[in-house]
Design a protein around this ligand. Structure first.
Ligand code: NAD
Length: 326
């Protein structure tokens, strides 16, 4: 089996590749892996260092928007797992153009090339719970209309609709996953968990948006990737699958746990103006993913967070240069 992983040098994509090459996903064991990654600020070959010597790994540095390149690289792969995206909401508020380009145009280039190549058994499009907007109570099911509120989530929602359309129009075996807020090692230190942890390890204060009451469902990166792997192995073409973590916390509750893990107090917290159009709450119903794919989050949140904080504590050489460049 040959698997093309876009965005395989980013946070979640590299976790998927490392686990894949360690044969951590039984249905995908032994596969050869091509990573296609532009190495934006968020992409980092150091994320693939543990598997860099694998004879089963090939890395192509390039842009998913480059139709000629994608047309050369993609044919011959049985499975496409599409992680590549511009992924940070705050950056999308500062300027949406790269989000529209990579998330929409890039996804359409991949879908077009996969359709033209033929022979792709599954095209897994990795998306986010943010496409639904915000929900005060209850949980979203997969048929909920998309009402994204940030340029990031709007571009992701657009890419989900393109992926769906390529299934409907061309019969491309597209499977869409929508994951919740993901944390773990190797996450670029701009997202809340690594930003807060690296600030606190450096003795700096952490910025908490608004009243800190926004609620997120926290998902360990190993669980996110396990859900994506299950979708890749046995997802129903045309279906959407939710990948949730089962730990709902307000940002204030998350901050308390991070302060505790880093041995810091509330004097290290600075309340800052809220993010524009900040979604209040996300919540995914994972019933279908559990029933159809056998998915269940396996990483206990307290243990996963402690291990993540320990990883940042022990891997300054990984994040210090990234913080300086950011
Ligand atoms: P990330 O920003 O860490 O990594 C993105 C990767 O894509 C980087 O390696 C980057 O170099 C690459 N990339 C960006 N533009 C590219 C382009 N034009 N061509 C080729 N490569 C390009 O993101 P992440 O957190 O690992 O997220 C991966 C996917 O999962 C994204 O599609 C994101 O929307 C989705 N997702 C993320 C989360 C989360 O909490 N991080 C939650 C749900 C879904």
């Amino acid at each position: 089996m040959r698997i093309l992983v876009t965005g395989g040098a980013g946070f979640i994509g590299s976790n998927f590749v490392r686990r894949l090459l360690a044969d951590g996903y039984p249905g995908l064991a032994g596969a050869d892996v091509t990573v296609l990654d532009k190495l934006t600020y968020a992409g980092n070959l150091a994320n693939l260092a543990p598997v860099a010597d694998s004879p089963r790994l090939r890395v192509v540095v390039g842009d998913i928007c480059d139709a000629d390149l994608v047309g050369e690289v993609l044919p011959g792969h049985d499975l496409v797992v599409h992680f590549a995206a511009e992924s940070h909401v705050d950056r999308s508020i500062e300027g949406a153009a790269p989000f529209v380009t990579t998330n929409l145009v890039g996804t359409s280039v991949l879908l077009e090339a996969a359709t033209a190549a033929g022979g792709v058994d599954r095209f897994v499009h990795v998306s986010t719970d943010e496409v639904y907007g915000s929900i005060d109570s209850g949980s979203w099911t997969e048929d909920r209309p998309l009402e994204p509120n940030s340029p990031y989530s709007a571009a992701k929602a657009g890419s989900d609709l393109l992926a769906r359309a390529y299934h409907r129009t061309h019969g491309l075996p597209v499977v869409i996953t929508r994951g919740s807020n993901t944390y773990g090692p190797y996450q670029f230190p701009e997202k809340v968990v690594p930003l807060f942890v690296t600030n606190l390890l450096d003795g700096r204060r952490v910025p908490l948006y608004g009243d800190g009451g926004n609620v997120r469902d926290w998902l360990h990166v190993d669980d996110h990737c396990a859900g994506v792997a299950l979708a890749a192995e046995r997802g129903r073409p045309g279906a959407v699958y939710h990948v949730g973590g089962g730990t709902e916390l307000t940002n204030k509750e998350l901050t308390a746990r991070l302060l505790d893990a880093c041995g810091a107090g509330w004097e290290m917290v600075e309340y800052v103006s809220d993010r524009k159009a900040h979604d209040r709450r996300y919540s995914l119903d994972i019933g279908r993913t559990t029933t159809e794919l056998g998915y269940a989050p396996a990483v206990d949140f307290a243990e996963g967070l402690a291990a993540t904080v320990a990883w940042y504590r022990e891997n300054r050489a990984w994040w210090e240069p990234l913080r300086r460049s950011a």
